[in-house]
Design a protein around this ligand. Structure first.
Ligand code: NDP
Length: 447
């Protein structure tokens, strides 16, 4: 066992016993520990401060019941959480997710990862994540509004512009942010930037909706540029049909790539010659209507493959943009066999630890979500400063700033991940994020 592996085993054993029940959290911490513990041990101040151990223990986990009434007058009870992981470099910041499958394990891992992602942006943003096991599918607009108001009634005392600034995530889009912001503002009695992803009419930023998907493509372009290549003409397979997937597809198409797939839980829409803008719009419309991707119009060249994942098709670049752990060993082997040169994560932790080993062995260059999908939170950071300055940027200004932020994140990560002729982006992201956090945590003493 090498030094990093030995340190990681000791470290993982020292985590709280209750965390053993949290496999996603354990996986996320283990992956970071393997890369950063040797860095920590080489700095006496960071080692003495036990920086990583402190980051693996959230500052607080807030858990609450959410009681709301449906349109028929029936009362429902859900559970809500906010995990405030670290505010060492800025107010707690991270999305809210509404999904029946949400667990505290997911939110712990996402909040932990968010600390590193936010550190990589170079902006003053701490790490958090939250959500509820509420299932919005099939719910009316007024039910969604009542749920958001009930959720915020419990969350409001714990958030604020300088305290904790939630944003959207899975199933929490502009509509939900509007209801959540209205409920917070009403309770707090002030108008302030306690949430990001707001509508343009009440303090939102241009380009926030597009930022994660567009930023992912800017990151991939920076990776390719380093190899003297361009995305134009490359075949790109994208999974998912949500916010991140559709905007990544749109930006890749604009940049001259062939986007051969989008997908959802029902299957994959496959276009060997690349999806058109009209086909991407159709996917967005299906998502908005709550429909799946089956039965595309007969005039489309794209066809629907029920139950298939995108990776069955050969391509050059894989962009998983759907959900966590969507790529297991079998899918990873398909990516290797399909001749993919690169995989960049639009979703958070879409690749399992076993699948990552397969990708690495197969020589697929891998960019982790904490770097590649940081565009969303970066523009959220810009939204926070626009809101407090009461001065708003144009779409062009935000897009230019996003390009610079993604290129800077790429360069920071590449500098730390430099190996013998290759770049280990996962290692680079972990170490670059860790160093920024370690400096701040150590400077602020033992708290
Ligand atoms: P959305 O809710 O907009 O979309 C998610 C889509 O993924 C859904 O349409 C869903 O399909 C699909 N999906 C879920 N599971 C699978 C699966 N196993 N295979 C194929 N498709 C699946 O979410 P977002 O686009 O906002 O988020 C996607 C990912 O990106 C998440 O991991 C999120 O944490 C991450 N992320 C999002 C950011 C943002 O700004 N939105 C920022 C950074 C990361 P169906 O309709 O069938 O349920």
């Amino acid at each position: 066992m090498d030094r990093a592996a030995a340190l990681t085993e000791v470290f993982m054993n020292d985590l709280s016993q209750s965390d053993a029940e949290m496999p996603n959290f354990q996986q996320a911490v283990r992956e970071v520990a393997q890369d950063v513990l040797t860095v920590e041990k080489n700095d006496p101040a960071w080692a003495a401060a036990k920086v990583l151990r402190r980051l693996a223990e959230p500052d607080r986990v807030i858990s609450f019941g959410v009681t709301w009434m449906d349109d028929a007058g029936e009362v429902h009870v859900n559970r809500g959480w906010r995990v405030q992981a670290s505010n060492a470099i800025g107010p707690y910041k991270g999305g809210l997710r509404f999904h029946p499958g949400v667990t505290l394990d997911d939110l712990r891992f996402l909040a932990f990862e968010q600390c590193f992602k936010n550190a990589l942006t170079g902006l003053p943003l701490g790490g958090a994540k939250g959500g509820s096991d509420f299932d919005p599918n099939g719910r009316s607009d007024t039910e969604i509004m009542r749920f958001c108001q009930a959720f915020m009634a419990k969350l409001a005392p714990h958030i604020g512009p300088d305290l904790d600034v939630p944003a959207g995530d899975i199933n929490v889009g502009p509509r939900e942010i509007g209801y959540l912001f209205g409920a917070w503002s009403d309770r707090a009695g002030i108008y302030g930037g306690a949430l990001t992803g707001k509508g343009l009419s009440y303090g939102g930023s241009e380009m926030r909706v597009e930022a994660t998907g567009f930023g992912l493509i800017y990151f991939v372009q920076a990776m390719l540029a380093r190899q003297g290549r361009d995305i134009e003409g490359h075949r790109v397979a994208v999974s998912g049909k949500g916010n991140v997937a559709s905007h990544a597809a749109r930006k890749a198409l604009q940049a001259g790539a062939k986007v051969i797939t989008l997908s959802d839980t029902s299957g994959t829409l496959y276009a060997p010659d690349g999806l058109t803008a009209e086909e991407i719009t159709w996917v967005e419309d299906r998502k908005a209507a709550g429909d799946d991707l089956s039965n595309p119009p007969a005039r489309f060249a794209a066809s629907f493959r029920e139950g298939e994942q995108p990776w069955i098709q050969e391509a050059d670049i894989a962009l998983p943009c759907a959900t966590q752990n969507e790529i297991g060993e079998k899918a990873a082997q398909a990516i290797v066999d399909g001749g993919y040169a690169m995989l960049a994560e639009g979703a958070n932790m879409p690749v399992t630890a076993d699948a990552l080993r397969v990708l690495r062995k197969g020589g697929v260059q891998y960019a982790p979500g904490k770097a590649a999908n940081a565009g969303g939170v970066a523009v959220s950071g810009l939204e926070m400063s626009q809101m407090s300055h009461r001065r708003f940027m144009s779409a062009e200004e935000v897009d230019d700033a996003l390009k610079t932020l993604m290129s800077d994140i790429h360069d920071r990560v590449a500098a730390e991940g430099q190996g013998d002729g290759t770049i280990d982006y996962a290692r680079g992201a972990n170490i670059a994020g860790y160093r920024r956090l370690a400096r701040a945590i150590t400077a602020q003493g033992v708290l």
